[in-house]
Design a protein around this ligand. Structure first.
Ligand code: NDP
Ligand code: BG6
Length: 515
């Protein structure tokens, strides 16, 4: 697939990239160049739910280049008006609720087109290319393919896009959605397959958690505030927790989920990505490669997960208030005897000078009592604390805690011990609270908006590099194999509960209480 301008064909058929090419391809030619965003799998769930709405939001905010078009591509038969009709149902005016954005929607929809085709047909991709060319009107053509299709057809689609629809005079980039394989081997095979047709810099592997506002803010919090970074080590931090919970099951996605399970679906990517950003050393700069280098170092300083440090669970049916919530295995697409975990808790360790001995706990589950994603940092006791006893609270249980609530209701708050106002001396626990909804009136952009914009602009900071992916799989693959080979039976927990008690024993083993 052709890459950024200026083009330099190499012997192996791949095209070389220079660091200035993004600027050359996008900024300098702004106005002269076009960007075509091709949503491969446009008829699917992700396209409707996330990709088209995110593109509209970017258009609404004037973030898309002057000359852009959006092309849907899938096997389903659809005309341009039918695609527009489908897309229009997904668009909301969430950006500015006071405004009627109907006119903007119409302008956006006029830029949307459709080409029906098979994912393994070079001929069909050539038809797409012909239409793209017509719309590009002789300008420098930049093409962004978003693979919103099942992973087993990624390589076919990339091969066909590469041979028949890559840009002749601009850049071509491909966004790839997770899952990136099931283990080290399949992930490496996927990378090899992609690299037959693409160079690494053309591949934008999405982990949408990296596009979330509070995850992006992690580095700002750490590196732009004097007060946190000095505390950010084993000296002051007792443990760190990464918590993901959803209050609904895998309904409708059981087939996909049963092949992957919660460890692959959430822990190996979303929670691990947050962990690397949390724990990395200060990067040399904010450049994508500098940041990703530091993230890889964290992963390589960790030991693969041990079975003894992991608890797995699966939700069973539960009757609440006369309503029966189905068990995971009640889903018709899930085998009755499935042992796939819908919940997991794990303790991980980073063997470096900063984090030696500090437990990093992860907990992820479906069908739990609440929906939330959080990072919780529990600090050590105050040495020689004068207020340890007798002031109305047990300070043994009241160490400082910093909570980064990624969602919902984004917030950063620090739990402190405080004097209750009055003549006496009584302490209680209070929060220094940065509550986003109260502090910022602007709506927080969806993760996909940020990531799509970055991909268009060639900013790779929030995308996963292949060595990072390899290192992430190395940590989880032995455990995943052991769980499957030993047929470890998950601990069953009722739908809507707090999950298996085993998670509490695991935390207790490491002197931790879940927040
Ligand atoms: P879908 O199952 O909805 O598939 C997308 C499109 O691909 C379908 O509309 C269909 O289009 C085509 N397709 C589906 N199955 C096949 C098949 N067996 N062979 C050929 N084509 C097929 O997927 P999603 O939209 O849910 O997800 C897209 C990608 O994003 C996947 O890789 C998924 O794992 C990933 N993802 C999805 C998330 C979500 O919330 N949905 C979240 C995170 C990642 P047509 O029949 O018209 O060709
Ligand atoms: C996806 C997982 O990557 O993330 C889903 O495949 C999960 O199982 C989803 O529901 C959660 O994303 P968010 O942004 O809703 O927290």
């Amino acid at each position: 697939i052709a890459n950024e301008t200026p083009l330099k064909k190499m012997k192996d058929g791949l095209l070389s990239i220079t660091s200035s090419e993004d600027a050359a391809g996008f900024d300098i030619n702004k106005g002269e160049s076009t960007v075509s965003i091709i949503v491969v799998g446009a008829s699917g769930d992700l396209a409707k739910k996330k990709i088209f709405p995110a593109l509209f939001a970017l258009f609404y905010e004037d973030c898309l280049p002057k000359h852009f078009t959006v092309f849907g591509y899938a096997r389903s038969k659809m005309t341009d008006p039918e695609l527009r009709n489908m897309v229009s149902k997904t668009l909301t005016c969430r950006i500015d609720k006071r405004e009627n954005c109907g006119e903007k929607m119409d302008q956006f929809l006029k830029r949307c087109f459709y080409n029906s085709g098979q994912y393994d047909s070079e001929e069909n991709f050539a038809e797409l290319a012909k239409k793209l060319k017509e719309h590009e009107g002789g300008r420098v053509s930049n093409r962004l393919f978003y693979l919103s299709i099942p992973p087993n057809i990624f390589i076919d689609a990339v091969r066909c896009a590469s041979s028949s629809a890559s840009s002749a005079n601009g850049w071509t980039r491909v966004i790839v959605e997770k899952p990136f394989g099931r283990d080290s081997e399949s992930s490496a095979a996927l990378t090899r397959g992609l690299k037959q047709y693409l160079v690494e810099d053309q591949i934008f592997r999405i982990d949408h958690y990296l596009g979330k506002e509070l995850v992006e803010n992690l580095s700002v919090l750490r590196f732009a505030n004097l007060i946190f970074e000095p505390l950010w080590s084993r000296q002051y931090i007792r443990n760190v927790q990464f918590i993901f919970s959803e209050d609904f099951g895998t309904e409708g996605r059981g087939g996909y989920f049963d092949h992957y399970g919660i460890i692959r679906d959430i822990m190996q990517n979303h929670l691990l990505q947050m962990l690397t950003l949390f724990a990395m050393e200060t990067p040399v700069s904010l450049d994508a490669e500098d940041i990703r280098n530091e993230k890889v170092k964290v992963l390589r300083s960790m030991k693969p997960l041990q079975l003894g440090n992991v608890v797995v669970g699966q939700y069973k049916s539960h009757n609440k208030g006369g309503v029966t919530y189905s068990a995971y295995t009640d889903d018709k697409t899930v085998p009755k005897n499935s042992l796939t975990p819908t919940f997991a808790a794990a303790a991980l360790f980073i063997d470096n000078a900063r984090w030696d001995g500090v437990p990093f706990l992860m907990k992820a589950g479906k069908a739990l009592h609440t929906k939330r994603a959080e990072i919780r940092v529990q600090f050590r006791d105050v040495p020689g604390n004068l207020y340890k006893r007798g002031f109305g609270m047990d300070l043994d249980r009241s160490t400082n805690e910093l909570v980064i609530r990624v969602q919902p209701d984004e917030a950063i708050y620090l739990k402190i011990n405080n004097k209750v106002p009055g003549l006496g001396m009584r302490l209680d626990r209070s929060n220094l609270n940065l509550h986003y909804a109260a502090r910022y009136s602007k709506e927080i952009p969806d993760a996909y908006e940020r990531l799509l914009l970055d991909a268009i602009e060639g900013e790779r900071r929030l995308f996963i590099r292949s060595d990072e992916l390899d290192a992430a799989w190395e940590l989880f693959t032995p455990l995943l194999k052991e769980l499957e080979e030993k047929k470890i039976i998950p601990e069953y927990y009722p739908y809507g509960s707090r999950g298996p008690v085993g998670a509490h024993y695991l935390a207790a083993k490491h002197n931790v209480q879940w927040g």
